[in-house]
Design a protein around this ligand. Structure first.
Ligand SMILES: Nc1ncnc2c1ncn2[C@@H]1O[C@H](COP(=O)(O)OP(=O)(O)OP(=O)(O)O)[C@@H](O)[C@H]1O
Ligand SMILES: Nc1ccn([C@@H]2O[C@H](COP(=O)(O)O)[C@@H](O)[C@H]2O)c(=O)n1
Length: 360
C-alpha cells in the first residue's frame, strides 16, 4: 500500500495524507513522531498536546479538559476534532501524523464525518504495560497525569476504548504494528522500514548547479555511496559531477577520472569502476589514490564497446552493435574473455547482470 493520497482526503480544498499514531500511554508515540517528522516531512499533531495547549490558552473548555485529563478520561470528540482540524488548516503541510487519536470509536466516527478523511494507515506502538508505566513515571515533563493513580486509569481507558479502534483498522488491513518495547533507536529502524516501504514517491535531492552539466547522453554509476555522472562517454571534451548520497551534495569529478572516462563504464558491486576505452578496446579500472585508470586487458573485440554491466568479478560488454556480448573475467589471472552471442535474429538492446550470476 502506498501513501498515494486518496482523492476523498480533502481538507480545505487540499489533498491530505493522514497517519494515525496509536499505542498505550508511554509507548513512545511522541518520541517516534519527532523522528518521523525529521526524516519524512510530516507535521506532527498530538491530540494530547493540542488539548493541553487549549487549557493554557484559557479557553472556555479549559477547565473541563483539565479535569478530564487528570482523570485519564477522553475529552468529547467535537472539542478534539475541532482542534485537530484547525491545526491542519493552519499548517502549510499536507502530510500529518495524528498522535494519540482516535482514542475511542466516538473520536474515529466524529473525525471521519467532520473531515471526510480516512487514514492512510495506523502506526501502532505495541508495548507491555510494565514498560509503559516505568517510562511514564520517569518522564519528568511535569505532566499532571504522569502519576500512578492517573496512569492506571489511562491504561484502563486504553484497553477498553482505544484498542477497539486498533481492531477496527486491523480489519481494514490498515494497522502497521511496531514492537515498541525495544530501545528508541531500534524502534525507529522498524518505523523507517514501514515509511520507506509505503512511500512510493521520488524524494528531491539537492540540485546540480545550473550550467555545470549539459543534458547530453549521461552515464551514471553508483560507487562507494556516490553517483558518478559524465555527460559524454567518448574521447571528446566532457563534464563530470559526483553526488554524495550521505551528504546530499554535488562535487566536481576529479580530473583523471573524467579525462579517462572514454567508453561505457560500470561499478563492480559499487566498489570498483571498470570501463572500456571504446576506441582502443582496453578494459581499465579506476584507482582513486592516483586518480588514474589502470589497464586490465586489451582486445580488438572490445573496440566500439557500447554498454557494460559488472557483477561477481565479471564484466559483460555489449559490442558490435549488440550482436555480441564479450564477457571478461577480471578476477582471473590473467583476465579471461569469451563471447556470448544473442539468439539468432536478435540483438542486445541492454545488459544487466542479475544477482544470481556466479563466478563458477
Ligand atoms: N523505546 C523507548 N525506550 C525507553 N524509553 C522511551 C522509549 N521511547 C520513549 N521513551 C521515553 O518514555 C517516555 C514516554 O515517551 P513518549 O512521551 O514518546 O510516549 P507517548 O506514547 O507519546 O506517551 P503519551 O501517550 O503519554 O503522550 C519519555 O520519557 C521518552 O523519552
Ligand atoms: N484523542 C484524545 C487524546 C488525548 N486525550 C486526553 O489527553 C490525555 C493525554 O493524552 P496523551 O496522548 O498526551 O497521553 C489523555 O489521557 C486524555 O485525557 C483525549 O481526551 N483525547
Amino acid at each position: 500500500m502506498g501513501t498515494a493520497v486518496d482523492t476523498q482526503n480533502m481538507e480545505n480544498g487540499r489533498k491530505v495524507t493522514v497517519i494515525f499514531v496509536l499505542g498505550g500511554p508511554g509507548s513512545g508515540k511522541g518520541t517516534q513522531c519527532a523522528n518521523i517528522v525529521q526524516n519524512f516531512g510530516f507535521t506532527h499533531l498530538s491530540a494530547g498536546d493540542l488539548l493541553r495547549a487549549e487549557i493554557k490558552s484559557g479557553s472556555e473548555n479549559g477547565t473541563m479538559i483539565q479535569s478530564m485529563i487528570k482523570e485519564g478520561k477522553i475529552v468529547p470528540s467535537e472539542v478534539t476534532v475541532k482542534l485537530l482540524q484547525l491545526a491542519m488548516q493552519e499548517s502549510g503541510n499536507d502530510k500529518f501524523l495524528i498522535d494519540g487519536f482516535p482514542r475511542n470509536e466516538e473520536n474515529r466516527e466524529t473525525f471521519e464525518s467532520v473531515t471526510g478523511i480516512e487514514p492512510e494507515f495506523v502506526l501502532f506502538f505495541d508495548c507491555p504495560e510494565e514498560e509503559m508505566e516505568k517510562r511514564l513515571l520517569t518522564r519528568n515533563q511535569g505532566r499532571e497525569d504522569d502519576n500512578l493513580e492517573t496512569i492506571k486509569k489511562r491504561f484502563k481507558v486504553y484497553m477498553e476504548s482505544s484498542l477497539p479502534v486498533v481492531a477496527y483498522y486491523s480489519l481494514k488491513d490498515k494497522v502497521r504494528k511496531i514492537d515498541a518495547a525495544k530501545q528508541a533507536e531500534a524502534v525507529f529502524e522498524d518505523v523507517k522500514a514501514i515509511f520507506n516501504s509505503t512511500t512510493e514517491e521520488w524524494e528531491k535531492v539537492s540540485s546540480l548547479r545550473v550550467g555545470r552539466f549539459s543534458r547530453e547522453t549521461t552515464d551514471a554509476i553508483g560507487w562507494h555511496g556516490r553517483l558518478c555522472m559524465v555527460n559524454v562517454k567518448g574521447d571528446t571534451a566532457k563534464q563530470g559531477a559526483i553526488y554524495s548520497a550521505e551528504q546530499d551534495l554535488w562535487g566536481d569529478m576529479k580530473e583523471g577520472m573524467l579525462s579517462g572516462w572514454r567508453g561505457p563504464a560500470a561499478a563492480m558491486d559499487e566498489e570498483m569502476i571498470y570501463l572500456v576505452d571504446e576506441s582502443k578496446g582496453v578494459v581499465r579500472k579506476y584507482n582513486e589514490e592516483t586518480d588514474g585508470w589502470v589497464d586490465v586487458v586489451e582486445s580488438d573485440r572490445l573496440r566500439g564497446a557500447q554498454q557494460m554491466a559488472a557483477r561477481g568479478g565479471r564484466l559483460c560488454v555489449v559490442c558490435k552493435d549488440g550482436s555480441e556480448i564479450v564477457v571478461v573475467d577480471v578476477m582471473a589471472s590473467p583476465p579471461q574473455m569469451w563471447v556470448v552471442e544473442p539468439p539468432q535474429g536478435f540483438n542486445v538492446a541492454a545488459v544487466h547482470v542479475l544477482p544470481r550470476m556466479s563466478r563458477t
